[in-house]
Design a protein. Sequence first.
Length: 283
Amino acid sequence: GGTACVVTGQPFDTAKVKMQTFPNMYKGLVDCFVKTYKQVGFRGFYKGTSPALVANIAENSVLFMCYGFCQQIVRRIVGVDRKTKLSDLQNAAAGSFASAFATLVLCPTELVKCRLQAMHEMQLSGKIIQGHNTVWSVVKGVIQKDGPLGFYRGLSSTLLREVPGYFFFFGGYELSRTFFASGRSKDELGPIPLLLSGGFGGSCLWIAVYPVDCVKSRIQVLSMAGKQAGFMGTFVTVVRTEGVLALYSGLTPTMIRAFVANGALFLAYEYSRKLLMKQIDSY
């Protein structure tokens, strides 16, 4: 599921990070794509793909594993049998709980991904003299400068994004599946309803938490150039100096990516889960 998400959405994610961190460099999505292609070529859209793959595979593996556990916790809290189907709201709460665990594996890999994606802009703006162009050089730079804890820069803003965001993510996904099921079992849904439901869930997540993600990207990328303020400090500085709309820079590629990538994520997740369940049942 995580692999499908990255393969389909990486170019839009790269544009998102660039536009969030340096909103004055780009007039919009098309301008960002054109300038990126002219300056660094097609490979520029896939900068940070390796850590993005690690991040998404790790995050979604932990997320969906913990989602199952958290569903059982929610069942205990509301006092129902472990086989009882949860409501869409209860599933949303379980997804929100699960995201807190996923954040711990996501934050370090996402920091490396974001820095690779915005490295060219950091050099152009003069914030750094020479950038690190490989995953290992970025990892080594973080360890040398800040130690192992340096990988958790932006942890609080990542948590602020993930916990409420995944409430809307799983809530939107389950609500959409309920709509398409129309009284039937959700497990009987075909690929198109699953794609649309995943896309709807992803769109709900990003609409709800986009300003938080913008602040997170800035903290993780700009901390390369020196000490960076925390979440509230960065948030206030952006609003005062650039206005509220700066927090929504890069929203267009994010919404395109959210629908396409999360549709692919849930489609791959549901079908791989069914395949694995069939394998288990056959033994």
